[in-house]
Write a protein that binds this ligand. Structure first.
Ligand SMILES: Nc1ncnc2c1ncn2[C@@H]1O[C@H](COP(=O)(O)OP(=O)(O)OP(=O)(O)O)[C@@H](O)[C@H]1O
Ligand SMILES: [Mg+2]
Length: 223
């Protein structure tokens, strides 16, 4: 069909590399673009979105909390409005209109968990599939029991709101916070393990990377 071939693979050995990639993508983005951030828990989706928004706004200190509960958070930037969606808790694509999806598509949208878009996934989107390192810090044995388990992202998210919004609840892969409407979620959601146990860790291989698909007219401009 119209699925474009994977166009480039970029190593992301550290957070700064993710931030550089996000800034480079922001420099190419324009209203009407959809940037879809695929990847498992802790892959760096919010980190990418945060860096994109800071670059787009020209404000390195811009507060960009994870929109896990609000599902969408909108920002005024030099590229016009940018809407940051986190669809992990979405009850299915039919809930998207209530979130203002159609209006947001006139602007730039950044979407975590884009598999929730279903048929509404924009065919002309730039998809960035973020792959976490095989061996993730912190080690699994350092995690609390699964009842209070917090995904890796807990450390990065909610700089001011962490006391009220532990992301162990924000993303409920451990089961306790799973939305009752789980039947509306794709099966991948139910199968999602807590990030601490996401992979049997193989020793010391850090191979974070991103695979970019789409934007055939612009991808060549990425550094
Ligand atoms: N390239 C990278 N190298 C090292 N650490 C990174 C990199 N990218 C992101 N991180 C770190 O990984 C952690 C998880 O990132 P982030 O919260 O962005 O993941 P996420 O994919 O949004 O997770 P979730 O699925 O819970 O929303 C953060 O501590 C972040 O700083
Ligand atoms: Mg996130």
């Amino acid at each position: 069909m119209s699925a474009p071939a994977a166009i480039c693979l970029i190593a992301l050995p550290d957070l700064a590399a993710t931030q550089r990639l996000a800034a480079a993508v922001a420099a190419l983005a324009r209203p009407g673009d959809a940037i879809l951030l695929d990847g498992p828990l802790g892959a760096g989706k919010t980190a990418f979105a945060r860096a994109f928004l800071r670059a787009a706004a020209g404000d390195p200190a811009l507060e960009v909390p994870s929109p896990t509960f609000t599902l969408v958070q909108s920002y005024e930037t030099r590229l016009g409005p940018v809407h940051h969606f986190d669809l992990w808790r979405l009850d299915g694509p039919s809930a998207l209109p209530e979130l203002g999806w159609d209006e947001a598509r006139d602007d730039i949208v950044l979407v975590e968990w884009p598999d929730r878009l279903g048929a509404l996934r924009p065919p002309d989107a730039l998809t960035i599939a973020l792959a976490p390192a095989e061996a993730q810090p912190p080690p699994a044995q350092a995690k609390p029991p699964s009842e209070q388990a917090q995904p890796l992202s807990a450390q990065a998210q909610a700089p001011s709101g962490q006391a009220q919004v532990p992301s162990g609840q924000a993303h409920p892969p451990s089961g306790q916070g799973q939305p009752p409407s789980a039947q509306a979620l794709p099966s991948s959601a139910q199968a999602k393990p807590p990030s601490g146990q996401a992979q049997p860790l193989s020793a010391g291989q850090d191979a974070r990377h991103a695979t970019l698909t789409g934007w055939p007219d612009r991808i060549g401009s990425l550094p």
